[in-house]
Ligand binder design. Structure first.
Ligand SMILES: *Cc1c(COP(=O)(O)O)cnc(C)c1O
Length: 485
Protein backbone atom coordinates (compact mmCIF):
# COMPACT_ATOMS: atom_id res chain seq x y z
CA UNK A 1 0.00 0.00 0.00
CA UNK A 2 1.21 3.50 -0.65
CA UNK A 3 0.45 7.21 -0.55
CA UNK A 4 -2.37 8.72 1.40
CA UNK A 5 -3.80 5.51 2.80
CA UNK A 6 -0.46 4.36 4.15
CA UNK A 7 0.29 7.67 5.85
CA UNK A 8 -3.12 7.54 7.47
CA UNK A 9 -2.70 3.99 8.68
CA UNK A 10 0.60 4.89 10.28
CA UNK A 11 -1.13 7.69 12.06
CA UNK A 12 -3.75 5.32 13.45
CA UNK A 13 -1.10 2.90 14.54
CA UNK A 14 0.81 5.43 16.54
CA UNK A 15 -2.41 6.51 18.22
CA UNK A 16 -4.14 3.12 18.39
CA UNK A 17 -4.78 2.02 21.94
CA UNK A 18 -3.93 -1.42 23.15
CA UNK A 19 -6.80 -3.74 23.94
CA UNK A 20 -6.90 -3.20 27.68
CA UNK A 21 -6.37 0.58 27.70
CA UNK A 22 -9.28 2.77 28.61
CA UNK A 23 -10.94 -0.11 30.45
CA UNK A 24 -11.85 0.09 34.13
CA UNK A 25 -9.66 -2.00 36.46
CA UNK A 26 -10.98 -5.56 36.72
CA UNK A 27 -13.09 -5.05 33.61
CA UNK A 28 -10.83 -6.36 30.88
CA UNK A 29 -13.66 -8.74 30.03
CA UNK A 30 -16.85 -6.99 31.15
CA UNK A 31 -19.46 -9.60 32.17
CA UNK A 32 -22.95 -9.82 30.64
CA UNK A 33 -24.89 -6.56 31.28
CA UNK A 34 -28.16 -8.49 31.55
CA UNK A 35 -29.73 -11.27 33.57
CA UNK A 36 -31.66 -14.17 32.09
CA UNK A 37 -35.46 -14.18 32.30
CA UNK A 38 -36.34 -16.91 29.80
CA UNK A 39 -34.19 -19.91 28.91
CA UNK A 40 -34.18 -22.13 25.87
CA UNK A 41 -33.10 -25.74 26.28
CA UNK A 42 -30.17 -26.94 24.18
CA UNK A 43 -29.19 -30.61 23.96
CA UNK A 44 -25.89 -32.26 24.57
CA UNK A 45 -25.68 -35.23 22.24
CA UNK A 46 -23.25 -38.14 22.44
CA UNK A 47 -20.34 -38.53 20.03
CA UNK A 48 -22.11 -41.58 18.48
CA UNK A 49 -25.25 -39.51 17.83
CA UNK A 50 -23.19 -36.74 16.28
CA UNK A 51 -21.34 -39.19 14.05
CA UNK A 52 -24.67 -40.54 12.79
CA UNK A 53 -25.99 -37.01 12.17
CA UNK A 54 -22.81 -36.07 10.32
CA UNK A 55 -23.00 -39.10 8.03
CA UNK A 56 -26.67 -38.37 7.29
CA UNK A 57 -25.73 -34.75 6.53
CA UNK A 58 -23.08 -35.75 4.00
CA UNK A 59 -20.48 -33.99 6.19
CA UNK A 60 -22.18 -30.65 5.53
CA UNK A 61 -23.24 -28.89 8.74
CA UNK A 62 -25.90 -26.90 6.85
CA UNK A 63 -27.79 -30.22 6.64
CA UNK A 64 -27.79 -30.90 10.39
CA UNK A 65 -31.04 -30.07 12.24
CA UNK A 66 -30.41 -27.14 14.62
CA UNK A 67 -31.78 -29.21 17.52
CA UNK A 68 -28.77 -31.50 17.20
CA UNK A 69 -26.35 -28.58 17.68
CA UNK A 70 -25.08 -27.62 21.15
CA UNK A 71 -23.45 -24.24 20.44
CA UNK A 72 -24.47 -22.76 17.08
CA UNK A 73 -21.93 -20.30 15.69
CA UNK A 74 -23.05 -20.60 12.06
CA UNK A 75 -24.01 -16.92 11.88
CA UNK A 76 -24.69 -13.80 13.94
CA UNK A 77 -27.48 -12.85 11.51
CA UNK A 78 -31.02 -13.00 12.84
CA UNK A 79 -29.85 -15.06 15.83
CA UNK A 80 -29.88 -12.30 18.48
CA UNK A 81 -31.79 -12.62 21.74
CA UNK A 82 -34.38 -9.85 22.05
CA UNK A 83 -34.80 -8.02 25.35
CA UNK A 84 -37.88 -7.90 27.58
CA UNK A 85 -38.27 -4.32 26.34
CA UNK A 86 -38.39 -5.49 22.71
CA UNK A 87 -40.84 -8.30 23.52
CA UNK A 88 -43.04 -5.81 25.38
CA UNK A 89 -42.91 -3.62 22.25
CA UNK A 90 -44.11 -6.57 20.15
CA UNK A 91 -47.38 -6.52 22.12
CA UNK A 92 -47.84 -2.90 21.08
CA UNK A 93 -47.75 -3.82 17.39
CA UNK A 94 -50.24 -1.79 15.37
CA UNK A 95 -51.05 -3.98 12.37
CA UNK A 96 -52.76 -1.29 10.30
CA UNK A 97 -51.99 -1.67 6.62
CA UNK A 98 -51.06 2.01 6.27
CA UNK A 99 -49.61 4.45 8.79
CA UNK A 100 -48.97 2.04 11.68
CA UNK A 101 -47.75 3.91 14.79
CA UNK A 102 -44.80 1.52 14.93
CA UNK A 103 -43.65 2.72 11.52
CA UNK A 104 -43.49 6.30 12.83
CA UNK A 105 -41.47 5.14 15.83
CA UNK A 106 -39.17 3.17 13.50
CA UNK A 107 -38.76 6.18 11.18
CA UNK A 108 -38.10 8.61 14.05
CA UNK A 109 -35.51 6.31 15.63
CA UNK A 110 -33.67 5.80 12.36
CA UNK A 111 -33.69 9.54 11.64
CA UNK A 112 -32.23 10.22 15.10
CA UNK A 113 -29.38 7.75 14.66
CA UNK A 114 -28.73 7.70 10.93
CA UNK A 115 -29.92 11.20 10.08
CA UNK A 116 -31.33 10.42 6.61
CA UNK A 117 -34.53 12.00 5.33
CA UNK A 118 -36.27 8.96 3.82
CA UNK A 119 -36.65 5.65 5.67
CA UNK A 120 -37.87 2.63 3.69
CA UNK A 121 -38.44 -0.65 5.59
CA UNK A 122 -37.63 -4.02 3.98
CA UNK A 123 -37.89 -7.55 5.33
CA UNK A 124 -34.12 -8.02 5.28
CA UNK A 125 -30.92 -6.35 4.14
CA UNK A 126 -30.65 -7.93 0.72
CA UNK A 127 -34.00 -6.45 -0.33
CA UNK A 128 -32.65 -2.98 0.44
CA UNK A 129 -29.72 -3.90 -1.83
CA UNK A 130 -32.03 -5.28 -4.50
CA UNK A 131 -34.16 -2.08 -4.51
CA UNK A 132 -31.10 0.13 -4.71
CA UNK A 133 -29.11 -1.72 -7.35
CA UNK A 134 -32.04 -2.70 -9.57
CA UNK A 135 -32.89 1.02 -9.70
CA UNK A 136 -29.49 2.63 -10.26
CA UNK A 137 -27.46 -0.01 -12.15
CA UNK A 138 -27.23 -1.11 -15.74
CA UNK A 139 -24.59 -2.97 -17.70
CA UNK A 140 -21.14 -1.42 -17.65
CA UNK A 141 -21.44 0.44 -14.32
CA UNK A 142 -18.99 -0.14 -11.48
CA UNK A 143 -19.52 -0.18 -7.69
CA UNK A 144 -16.47 0.08 -5.39
CA UNK A 145 -16.60 -1.08 -1.75
CA UNK A 146 -14.00 -2.02 0.87
CA UNK A 147 -15.30 -5.62 0.51
CA UNK A 148 -18.71 -6.48 -0.87
CA UNK A 149 -20.68 -8.86 1.31
CA UNK A 150 -21.86 -11.84 -0.80
CA UNK A 151 -25.50 -10.67 -1.15
CA UNK A 152 -24.30 -7.15 -2.02
CA UNK A 153 -21.97 -8.50 -4.70
CA UNK A 154 -24.74 -10.76 -6.05
CA UNK A 155 -27.20 -7.83 -6.27
CA UNK A 156 -24.63 -5.64 -8.05
CA UNK A 157 -23.68 -8.36 -10.52
CA UNK A 158 -27.24 -9.56 -11.15
CA UNK A 159 -28.12 -6.01 -12.19
CA UNK A 160 -25.24 -5.82 -14.67
CA UNK A 161 -22.72 -3.97 -12.48
CA UNK A 162 -19.14 -4.81 -11.65
CA UNK A 163 -18.45 -5.12 -7.89
CA UNK A 164 -14.90 -4.08 -7.02
CA UNK A 165 -13.24 -4.69 -3.62
CA UNK A 166 -10.58 -2.16 -2.62
CA UNK A 167 -9.78 -3.06 0.98
CA UNK A 168 -6.27 -2.07 2.13
CA UNK A 169 -3.54 -4.62 1.37
CA UNK A 170 -2.53 -5.13 5.02
CA UNK A 171 -6.00 -6.57 5.67
CA UNK A 172 -5.04 -9.63 3.64
CA UNK A 173 -2.33 -10.69 6.13
CA UNK A 174 -4.06 -12.71 8.91
CA UNK A 175 -1.27 -11.98 11.40
CA UNK A 176 -0.98 -8.24 10.96
CA UNK A 177 -2.43 -6.37 13.93
CA UNK A 178 -3.88 -3.01 12.88
CA UNK A 179 -6.73 -1.03 14.45
CA UNK A 180 -8.77 -0.50 11.27
CA UNK A 181 -8.23 -3.41 8.90
CA UNK A 182 -11.60 -2.71 7.25
CA UNK A 183 -10.39 0.57 5.70
CA UNK A 184 -10.69 1.04 1.95
CA UNK A 185 -7.46 1.94 0.14
CA UNK A 186 -8.15 5.54 -0.91
CA UNK A 187 -5.29 5.54 -3.40
CA UNK A 188 -6.84 2.56 -5.19
CA UNK A 189 -10.27 4.22 -5.06
CA UNK A 190 -8.86 7.39 -6.64
CA UNK A 191 -7.14 5.29 -9.32
CA UNK A 192 -10.39 3.43 -10.08
CA UNK A 193 -12.31 6.72 -10.51
CA UNK A 194 -9.53 7.97 -12.78
CA UNK A 195 -9.56 4.76 -14.83
CA UNK A 196 -13.28 4.12 -15.39
CA UNK A 197 -14.56 7.71 -15.04
CA UNK A 198 -16.93 9.09 -12.39
CA UNK A 199 -19.93 8.78 -14.75
CA UNK A 200 -19.53 4.98 -14.66
CA UNK A 201 -19.75 4.86 -10.84
CA UNK A 202 -23.36 5.43 -9.67
CA UNK A 203 -22.25 5.16 -6.04
CA UNK A 204 -19.41 4.06 -3.78
CA UNK A 205 -19.90 2.01 -0.62
CA UNK A 206 -18.17 1.07 2.63
CA UNK A 207 -19.22 -1.97 4.65
CA UNK A 208 -19.02 -1.26 8.40
CA UNK A 209 -17.73 -3.45 9.92
CA UNK A 210 -16.22 -5.35 7.00
CA UNK A 211 -18.02 -8.71 7.27
CA UNK A 212 -16.24 -10.49 4.39
CA UNK A 213 -12.90 -9.21 5.71
CA UNK A 214 -13.11 -10.64 9.24
CA UNK A 215 -15.54 -8.14 10.81
CA UNK A 216 -12.78 -5.52 10.86
CA UNK A 217 -13.74 -1.89 11.53
CA UNK A 218 -13.40 1.19 9.33
CA UNK A 219 -12.04 4.38 10.93
CA UNK A 220 -13.87 7.71 10.95
CA UNK A 221 -10.96 9.23 9.02
CA UNK A 222 -11.39 6.60 6.29
CA UNK A 223 -15.18 7.15 6.15
CA UNK A 224 -14.58 10.91 5.88
CA UNK A 225 -11.82 10.44 3.29
CA UNK A 226 -14.01 8.16 1.17
CA UNK A 227 -16.86 10.66 1.35
CA UNK A 228 -14.62 13.56 0.29
CA UNK A 229 -13.07 11.65 -2.58
CA UNK A 230 -16.40 10.39 -3.96
CA UNK A 231 -18.17 13.72 -3.52
CA UNK A 232 -15.34 15.62 -5.22
CA UNK A 233 -16.26 13.58 -8.30
CA UNK A 234 -20.00 13.94 -7.79
CA UNK A 235 -20.41 10.26 -6.79
CA UNK A 236 -22.95 9.44 -4.04
CA UNK A 237 -21.67 7.55 -0.98
CA UNK A 238 -23.62 4.81 0.83
CA UNK A 239 -22.76 2.78 3.92
CA UNK A 240 -23.63 -0.91 4.33
CA UNK A 241 -24.51 -0.29 7.96
CA UNK A 242 -25.33 -3.80 9.32
CA UNK A 243 -22.80 -3.55 12.18
CA UNK A 244 -22.67 0.24 12.58
CA UNK A 245 -22.75 0.18 16.40
CA UNK A 246 -19.89 -2.33 16.64
CA UNK A 247 -17.94 -0.13 14.20
CA UNK A 248 -18.70 2.95 16.30
CA UNK A 249 -17.40 1.15 19.40
CA UNK A 250 -14.08 0.47 17.68
CA UNK A 251 -13.84 4.14 16.67
CA UNK A 252 -14.52 5.18 20.25
CA UNK A 253 -11.87 2.87 21.71
CA UNK A 254 -9.22 3.05 18.97
CA UNK A 255 -9.35 6.39 17.15
CA UNK A 256 -7.98 9.60 18.63
CA UNK A 257 -10.58 12.18 19.57
CA UNK A 258 -13.54 9.84 20.06
CA UNK A 259 -13.00 8.41 23.56
CA UNK A 260 -15.35 10.93 25.16
CA UNK A 261 -18.03 10.85 22.48
CA UNK A 262 -21.18 8.76 22.86
CA UNK A 263 -21.94 5.93 20.42
CA UNK A 264 -24.90 7.99 19.17
CA UNK A 265 -22.63 10.97 18.45
CA UNK A 266 -20.16 8.75 16.64
CA UNK A 267 -22.94 7.11 14.61
CA UNK A 268 -24.36 10.54 13.75
CA UNK A 269 -20.95 11.64 12.50
CA UNK A 270 -20.35 8.43 10.47
CA UNK A 271 -23.68 8.79 8.67
CA UNK A 272 -23.29 12.56 8.21
CA UNK A 273 -20.64 11.81 5.57
CA UNK A 274 -22.95 9.51 3.58
CA UNK A 275 -25.94 10.04 1.29
CA UNK A 276 -27.68 6.89 2.45
CA UNK A 277 -27.30 3.39 3.83
CA UNK A 278 -28.58 -0.15 3.50
CA UNK A 279 -29.10 -2.13 6.67
CA UNK A 280 -29.89 -5.65 7.78
CA UNK A 281 -31.53 -5.24 11.20
CA UNK A 282 -30.71 -8.93 11.78
CA UNK A 283 -27.30 -7.75 13.01
CA UNK A 284 -27.10 -4.52 15.02
CA UNK A 285 -30.90 -4.11 14.99
CA UNK A 286 -30.95 -6.95 17.58
CA UNK A 287 -33.93 -8.64 15.92
CA UNK A 288 -34.55 -11.90 14.09
CA UNK A 289 -35.87 -10.35 10.86
CA UNK A 290 -35.91 -6.92 9.23
CA UNK A 291 -33.95 -4.26 7.38
CA UNK A 292 -34.23 -0.90 5.67
CA UNK A 293 -32.74 1.55 3.25
CA UNK A 294 -32.42 5.20 4.28
CA UNK A 295 -31.33 8.08 2.06
CA UNK A 296 -31.55 11.81 1.36
CA UNK A 297 -32.19 11.95 -2.42
CA UNK A 298 -35.93 12.69 -2.94
CA UNK A 299 -36.15 11.47 -6.53
CA UNK A 300 -34.30 8.22 -5.83
CA UNK A 301 -36.38 7.59 -2.70
CA UNK A 302 -39.52 7.97 -4.81
CA UNK A 303 -38.31 5.36 -7.30
CA UNK A 304 -37.29 2.93 -4.55
CA UNK A 305 -40.66 3.34 -2.86
CA UNK A 306 -42.52 2.58 -6.08
CA UNK A 307 -40.51 -0.61 -6.47
CA UNK A 308 -40.96 -1.46 -2.80
CA UNK A 309 -44.73 -1.53 -3.28
CA UNK A 310 -44.25 -4.05 -6.08
CA UNK A 311 -41.96 -6.46 -4.23
CA UNK A 312 -42.37 -5.90 -0.46
CA UNK A 313 -45.48 -3.92 0.39
CA UNK A 314 -46.83 -0.51 1.33
CA UNK A 315 -44.08 1.97 2.36
CA UNK A 316 -45.07 2.02 6.04
CA UNK A 317 -44.50 -1.72 6.52
CA UNK A 318 -42.25 -2.95 3.67
CA UNK A 319 -42.61 -6.69 4.24
CA UNK A 320 -42.69 -6.48 8.04
CA UNK A 321 -45.42 -6.63 10.67
CA UNK A 322 -46.00 -3.57 12.86
CA UNK A 323 -44.64 -5.50 15.83
CA UNK A 324 -41.41 -6.21 13.92
CA UNK A 325 -40.94 -2.49 13.24
CA UNK A 326 -41.38 -1.81 16.96
CA UNK A 327 -38.79 -4.45 17.92
CA UNK A 328 -36.28 -2.92 15.47
CA UNK A 329 -36.91 0.63 16.76
CA UNK A 330 -36.18 -0.57 20.29
CA UNK A 331 -33.24 -2.76 19.27
CA UNK A 332 -31.52 0.12 17.50
CA UNK A 333 -31.56 2.13 20.72
CA UNK A 334 -30.40 -0.79 22.91
CA UNK A 335 -27.45 -1.50 20.64
CA UNK A 336 -26.03 1.98 21.37
CA UNK A 337 -25.53 1.07 25.06
CA UNK A 338 -21.81 1.16 25.87
CA UNK A 339 -22.08 -1.52 28.54
CA UNK A 340 -23.58 -3.82 25.94
CA UNK A 341 -20.93 -3.01 23.32
CA UNK A 342 -18.04 -3.37 25.79
CA UNK A 343 -19.33 -6.82 26.74
CA UNK A 344 -20.12 -7.79 23.14
CA UNK A 345 -16.75 -6.88 21.64
CA UNK A 346 -14.83 -8.29 24.60
CA UNK A 347 -16.70 -11.61 24.38
CA UNK A 348 -15.28 -12.02 20.88
CA UNK A 349 -11.81 -10.78 21.92
CA UNK A 350 -11.81 -13.10 24.93
CA UNK A 351 -12.21 -16.18 22.74
CA UNK A 352 -9.35 -14.86 20.59
CA UNK A 353 -7.14 -14.26 23.64
CA UNK A 354 -7.71 -17.82 24.91
CA UNK A 355 -6.83 -19.28 21.49
CA UNK A 356 -3.75 -17.04 21.29
CA UNK A 357 -2.46 -18.39 24.64
CA UNK A 358 -2.65 -21.91 23.22
CA UNK A 359 -1.03 -20.96 19.90
CA UNK A 360 -4.14 -21.66 17.80
CA UNK A 361 -3.88 -19.72 14.51
CA UNK A 362 -6.69 -17.23 13.74
CA UNK A 363 -7.23 -13.97 11.91
CA UNK A 364 -5.92 -11.05 13.98
CA UNK A 365 -7.05 -8.89 15.61
CA UNK A 366 -10.50 -10.35 16.38
CA UNK A 367 -13.24 -8.27 14.78
CA UNK A 368 -16.69 -7.28 15.97
CA UNK A 369 -18.81 -10.38 15.52
CA UNK A 370 -16.68 -13.47 14.96
CA UNK A 371 -13.40 -15.29 15.37
CA UNK A 372 -12.00 -16.67 12.10
CA UNK A 373 -9.75 -19.70 12.54
CA UNK A 374 -6.92 -19.98 10.01
CA UNK A 375 -7.50 -23.56 8.84
CA UNK A 376 -4.52 -23.57 6.48
CA UNK A 377 -2.10 -22.99 9.37
CA UNK A 378 -4.16 -25.12 11.76
CA UNK A 379 -4.04 -28.17 9.43
CA UNK A 380 -0.93 -27.73 7.24
CA UNK A 381 -0.97 -31.45 6.35
CA UNK A 382 -4.33 -31.15 4.53
CA UNK A 383 -3.97 -29.65 1.03
CA UNK A 384 -6.47 -27.05 -0.21
CA UNK A 385 -8.07 -29.52 -2.62
CA UNK A 386 -9.04 -31.61 0.44
CA UNK A 387 -10.82 -28.73 2.21
CA UNK A 388 -8.93 -28.11 5.49
CA UNK A 389 -11.73 -25.78 6.65
CA UNK A 390 -14.28 -28.55 6.27
CA UNK A 391 -12.04 -31.00 8.15
CA UNK A 392 -11.98 -28.55 11.06
CA UNK A 393 -15.70 -27.84 10.95
CA UNK A 394 -16.56 -31.54 10.93
CA UNK A 395 -14.34 -32.14 13.96
CA UNK A 396 -15.79 -29.13 15.84
CA UNK A 397 -19.17 -30.79 15.56
CA UNK A 398 -18.08 -34.37 16.24
CA UNK A 399 -15.91 -33.38 19.21
CA UNK A 400 -18.10 -30.76 20.87
CA UNK A 401 -21.43 -30.23 19.06
CA UNK A 402 -20.29 -26.79 17.84
CA UNK A 403 -21.40 -25.54 14.41
CA UNK A 404 -19.25 -23.09 12.42
CA UNK A 405 -19.05 -22.14 8.75
CA UNK A 406 -16.25 -22.61 6.20
CA UNK A 407 -15.09 -19.56 4.28
CA UNK A 408 -12.52 -21.20 2.05
CA UNK A 409 -12.21 -23.57 -0.88
CA UNK A 410 -15.66 -25.13 -0.61
CA UNK A 411 -17.19 -21.66 -0.78
CA UNK A 412 -14.79 -19.98 -3.21
CA UNK A 413 -12.50 -22.30 -5.21
CA UNK A 414 -13.27 -21.84 -8.91
CA UNK A 415 -12.61 -24.10 -11.83
CA UNK A 416 -11.58 -22.29 -15.02
CA UNK A 417 -14.21 -23.23 -17.62
CA UNK A 418 -11.63 -23.57 -20.41
CA UNK A 419 -8.47 -24.97 -18.81
CA UNK A 420 -10.13 -26.92 -15.98
CA UNK A 421 -7.50 -25.50 -13.60
CA UNK A 422 -8.88 -24.82 -10.10
CA UNK A 423 -8.09 -21.45 -8.48
CA UNK A 424 -7.99 -21.60 -4.67
CA UNK A 425 -8.66 -18.68 -2.31
CA UNK A 426 -5.72 -17.12 -0.39
CA UNK A 427 -7.20 -17.97 2.99
CA UNK A 428 -8.96 -21.06 4.34
CA UNK A 429 -11.06 -19.71 7.18
CA UNK A 430 -13.50 -21.21 9.66
CA UNK A 431 -15.81 -18.52 11.00
CA UNK A 432 -17.15 -18.79 14.54
CA UNK A 433 -19.86 -16.09 14.46
CA UNK A 434 -21.13 -15.13 17.88
CA UNK A 435 -24.87 -14.42 18.18
CA UNK A 436 -25.72 -11.28 20.19
CA UNK A 437 -26.75 -11.76 23.87
CA UNK A 438 -27.26 -15.51 23.32
CA UNK A 439 -24.35 -17.47 24.76
CA UNK A 440 -22.82 -16.88 28.18
CA UNK A 441 -19.13 -16.41 28.70
CA UNK A 442 -18.95 -19.90 30.21
CA UNK A 443 -20.41 -21.37 27.01
CA UNK A 444 -17.78 -19.41 25.07
CA UNK A 445 -15.09 -20.86 27.35
CA UNK A 446 -16.36 -24.30 26.41
CA UNK A 447 -15.91 -23.34 22.74
CA UNK A 448 -12.33 -22.15 23.36
CA UNK A 449 -11.30 -25.22 25.37
CA UNK A 450 -12.67 -27.61 22.76
CA UNK A 451 -10.92 -25.82 19.89
CA UNK A 452 -7.67 -26.12 21.87
CA UNK A 453 -8.27 -29.87 22.41
CA UNK A 454 -8.80 -30.31 18.67
CA UNK A 455 -5.67 -28.25 17.98
CA UNK A 456 -3.59 -30.50 20.24
CA UNK A 457 -4.66 -33.60 18.28
CA UNK A 458 -4.74 -31.91 14.87
CA UNK A 459 -2.47 -34.46 13.12
CA UNK A 460 -5.34 -36.98 13.31
CA UNK A 461 -7.69 -34.92 11.14
CA UNK A 462 -8.17 -36.01 7.53
CA UNK A 463 -9.19 -34.19 4.37
CA UNK A 464 -12.49 -34.44 2.47
CA UNK A 465 -13.66 -34.96 -1.09
CA UNK A 466 -16.92 -33.96 -2.77
CA UNK A 467 -19.56 -36.53 -3.68
CA UNK A 468 -22.13 -33.94 -4.86
CA UNK A 469 -21.85 -30.29 -5.84
CA UNK A 470 -24.45 -27.87 -7.22
CA UNK A 471 -23.41 -25.58 -10.10
CA UNK A 472 -23.69 -22.38 -8.00
CA UNK A 473 -23.29 -21.63 -4.27
CA UNK A 474 -22.25 -25.25 -3.79
CA UNK A 475 -21.31 -24.88 -0.10
CA UNK A 476 -24.96 -24.83 0.99
CA UNK A 477 -25.86 -28.22 -0.47
CA UNK A 478 -22.56 -30.02 -1.11
CA UNK A 479 -22.12 -33.60 0.12
CA UNK A 480 -18.71 -34.98 1.03
CA UNK A 481 -16.83 -37.95 2.43
CA UNK A 482 -13.50 -38.33 4.21
CA UNK A 483 -10.51 -38.98 1.97
CA UNK A 484 -9.24 -42.54 2.43
CA UNK A 485 -5.47 -42.89 2.52
C1 LIG B 1 -26.15 -9.84 6.43
C2 LIG B 1 -25.55 -8.81 5.55
C3 LIG B 1 -26.23 -8.33 4.43
C4 LIG B 1 -27.55 -8.91 3.94
O1 LIG B 1 -28.54 -8.85 4.90
P1 LIG B 1 -29.69 -9.96 5.03
O2 LIG B 1 -30.56 -9.43 6.11
O3 LIG B 1 -29.03 -11.26 5.36
O4 LIG B 1 -30.41 -10.02 3.71
C5 LIG B 1 -25.62 -7.31 3.71
N1 LIG B 1 -24.41 -6.83 4.04
C6 LIG B 1 -23.73 -7.28 5.12
C7 LIG B 1 -22.41 -6.69 5.47
C8 LIG B 1 -24.27 -8.29 5.90
O5 LIG B 1 -23.58 -8.74 6.95
Amino acid sequence: MSGVAFAKLKLYLSTGKSKSEGVEPGMKYPPEPFKIKVVEHISRTTREEREAEMMKAGYNVFNIPAEKIYIDLLTDSGTSAMSDNQWAGMMLGDESYAGSRNYYHFERTIRDIFGFKHVIPTHQGRVAENLLFSTILHKGLVVPNNSHFDTTRANVEYNGGVAIDLVNEAAKDPNKILPFKGNIDLTKLAALIEKVGAEKIPLGMLTITNNSGGGQPVSMANIRGTSELLHRHGIPFFLDACRFAENAWFIKTRETGYADKSILEIANEMFSYADGCTMSAKKDGLVNMGGFIALNDDALAQKLTNRLILIEGFPTYGGLAGRDLEAIARGLVEVLDENYLAYRISQVARLGDRLEEAGVPFLKPTGGHAVYLDAKSFLPHIPQNQFPGIALIVELYLHAGIRAVEIGSLMFAQKDAETGVVRYPDLELVRLAIPRRVYTNSQMEYVGENIIEIFEARENLKGFELTYEAPVLRHFTARMKPVMV
